[in-house]
Write a protein that binds this ligand. Sequence first.
Ligand SMILES: *Cc1c(COP(=O)(O)O)cnc(C)c1O
Length: 376
Amino acid sequence: MSFPYRSYALISRERIARNYRNVCAVVGADVAVAGVIKADAYGHGALEVARTLEAEGARWLAVSSVEEGVHLRENGITAPSILVMGGFLNYEIPALIEHRLTPAVHSLAEIGDLDRAGRLAGRTVPYHLKIDSGMGRLGTRATAGEIVAAVSGAAHAGFEGMMTHFASAADYTTPQTSQQLDFFHETLGKLTEAGVVPAYVHTSSTNAIGYGRRGGWHNLVRAGHALYGYVSPARGEAPRQLLEVKPALTWKAKILAIKDLPEGALVGYGGSFRAAAPMRIGVIGAGYADGVFHRLSNRGKVIADGKLASILGTISMDLTTVDLSHTAALAPGDDVTLLGEEGGVRLDAQQIAKIAGTISYNILCGIGARVHRVYT
Ligand SMILES: *Cc1c(COP(=O)(O)O)cnc(C)c1O
């Protein structure tokens, strides 16, 4: 199956749905699963993924920004809760309320801001309070006493959830995750004693689900990477991986030209590749503007005619040159696979990330806007 685009991503809705169902099955019926679809669903298309999850009965979606949440609502996504995990700035509060988005709150002052806006709008604005339990990024470091006072004093801001985020959930060489959980539970316990009890408690994303850190599941988990088919490799002695998920995205690009180079020919900017012998090369219609990492220059691979083929020379903005010496079966207009499976050979975002010196999340989110998304 090929499509008439220089570079395109084939995205399997069925695969995403199955990954979502597998996450739901692992955590069990008592734990809700929020589908994390920030950053255009890690490059998979936020609207399509939201529709796919809604069709699976998902009641929770999570995005990073108010803008991402508004985009979903304006395009007919009616999931009861869309959690805005990256919080909000003051000028975004009217949009939050208008579009029934649920913000994560990262400071007690923000509870007051929501309360005032809620009073003006004649509504109670639900929010989830994020605790900085040791990641040192977003989240409040206020004491339980201060939290109780702020939550109780806000009649038009509804304390619906309490959350935190783990820094090292796949790392079994450090106690950081259990320390974060202990801190979180201590705060939660003090709030409960004071009669301040959130309906939802959530701390886990993909890795804490996949490695079975059950103490962190509570009654809601936030799954992103798993929906797209990945769990980060563990460090140290990790328990068995519980999640069975598979990549949902295949990325292809067209061969624009094929030619034979004589021994000694240079390839690409800077002449950083020299043909040691006569060879056949293919010029592919995708470059770093499409998300082919420049760091893959002279290092990365693509799959061409069912075999791994080396990237030659530096990656250009719009073009990548690869070694096609192994095959005579390809012609201009044929596809190579930049990410995915072809002829039994597999190249996934984790393998690519390793060569590029980054993480799989970065590879998926890096697939450019110019790459056509095709849904199957
Ligand atoms: C992105 C994000 C997630 C999802 O993480 P995955 O590892 O992709 O499952 C969960 N919670 C927060 C706060 C996030 O920013």
